[in-house]
Ligand binder design. Structure first.
Ligand SMILES: Cc1ncc(COP(=O)(O)O)c(C=O)c1O
Length: 397
């Protein structure tokens, strides 16, 4: 017997393309994949060394459910150093990744039937996690012209008596867009009028920003601190996706509630990963900055090349490692064998089958006019991918 909760949950829409890509690869086809959601770098060696040392030193047991006091202190010091935010260790709970922190935050904040505002294009897990918490995802479509950022007017219009949470993600997966100080001030103004609305601020791509410094909503609206669950982790900035380490910073009440859920579901993250995280936040950011410089070079290349393709528009995203070009002028066209391109998914399946290029359809993220390309790949792959993309589009009529 499978529960209706599990039956109703949609598997990640990105799997449709990545599953097909793997199938074709097994058949021996050459596939260039720009579908990765993780850095193509290795974790800096001083972080790996700290983990090895922890193993040798016998750090083999459980830690406190909220994480080691040392790591929570280091997170507070980091939030002060990098974000000018004041937190106490009692306001921090470490987790097995930012994903878990978002999911548990929703479980702790949302009652059945509560509405959660999710700007689209969104990270695929937000609506699904909202449903698991028995909340109602309210997706708000943002515009390409505004670099897919939610406006204060859109937020105001979406808020109802049932609204409980707004999820912000900056820099964004899937668009790479970053909210500016001014954007966040506008949103904060609306939030002040609606005290029942809390914010989950997912800042997992914080270290991968190219043009401006990262801004958190708490930098412009410190008065909202008790209503904001700030979520971050080590996966993206330090290339530590497999270590599974993230955290939530929020009010003591929220941390206690999340801690109860975590204590029953997973307990603390791996002791060894916590030792690695402590090293990451205590050491230099030189390698983080080197990875960022490399991503910036690739971002510039991708944006320039995409905009040189007829019918494709792409703004220059301020962060993360994704571009999200608008391909709407190709919807409604036909492939050389006459198959209609009805939506972004059919375009991506055509690009995969006919051209050997794996990219993720915007439909998966709630934006049918776009698709996501990850540039967490080597320059040779990026060049080859764009050639395949251009050729594939030219063959549509
Ligand atoms: C927006 C966003 N939040 C959270 C996560 C998950 O991060 P973690 O690896 O720390 O669980 C991802 C990973 O793809 C992401 O893109």
């Amino acid at each position: 017997m499978i529960s209706s909760r599990a039956l109703e949950l949609q598997p990640s829409a990105t799997l449709k393309v990545t599953g097909r890509a793997k199938e074709l690869q097994r058949e021996g086809r050459s596939i260039v994949s720009l579908s990765a959601g993780e850095p193509d770098f290795k974790t800096p060696s001083f972080i790996c060394d700290a983990a090895i040392e922890a193993i040798r030193d016998g750090a083999h047991g459980y830690t406190m459910n909220t994480g080691t006091p040392e790591l929570r202190e280091a997170i507070c010091a980091k939030l002060k150093r990098d974000n000018q935010l004041d937190y106490q260790p009692s306001e921090i709970i470490c987790s097995n990744g930012a994903k878990q922190s978002v999911g548990f935050a929703l479980l702790a904040m949302v009652n059945p039937g509560d509405e959660v505002i999710i700007p689209a294009p969104y990270w695929v897990s937000y609506p699904a996690m909202t449903q698991l918490a028995e909340g109602v995802p309210i997706t708000v479509r943002t515009s390409f012209e505004n670099d897919y950022r939610l406006t204060p007017e859109q937020l105001e219009e979406a808020i109802t008596d049932r609204t409980r949470v707004l999820i912000l993600c900056s820099p964004s997966n899937p668009t790479g867009s970053c909210y500016s100080r001014e954007d966040l001030e506008g949103l904060a103004k609306v939030l002040r009028k609606h005290p029942q609305v809390s914010v989950i601020s997912d800042e997992i791509y914080e270290y991968i920003v190219f043009d401006e410094d990262h801004v958190s909503i708490l930098n412009v609206a410190p008065d909202l601190k008790d209503r904001v669950a700030l979520i971050n982790g080590f996966s993206k900035g330090f290339a530590m996706t497999g270590w599974r380490l993230g955290y939530l910073a929020g009010s003591e009440d929220l941390v206690k509630a999340v801690s109860k859920i975590q204590s029953q579901e997973t307990s603390a993250p791996s002791t060894i990963s916590q030792a690695a995280g402590l090293a990451a936040y205590s050491g230099t950011l030189d390698e983080v900055h080197a990875m960022r410089a490399s991503f910036k070079e690739r971002r510039d290349f991708m944006v320039q090349e995409l905009n040189s393709i007829e019918g494709v528009s792409c703004f220059s995203p301020g962060g993360a490692f994704y571009v999200f070009p608008d391909i709407s002028s190709y919807l409604g066209k036909k492939t050389p064998d006459g198959t209609p391109i009805t939506d972004s998914t059919s375009l991506c399946l055509y690009l995969l089958d006919a051209c050997g290029l794996a990219v993720v359809p915007g439909d998966a993220f709630g934006e049918p006019n776009g698709l996501r390309m990850s540039y967490a790949a080597g320059m040779d792959d990026l060049k080859e991918a764009l050639q395949r993309f251009k050729k594939g589009l030219e063959q549509l009529s």
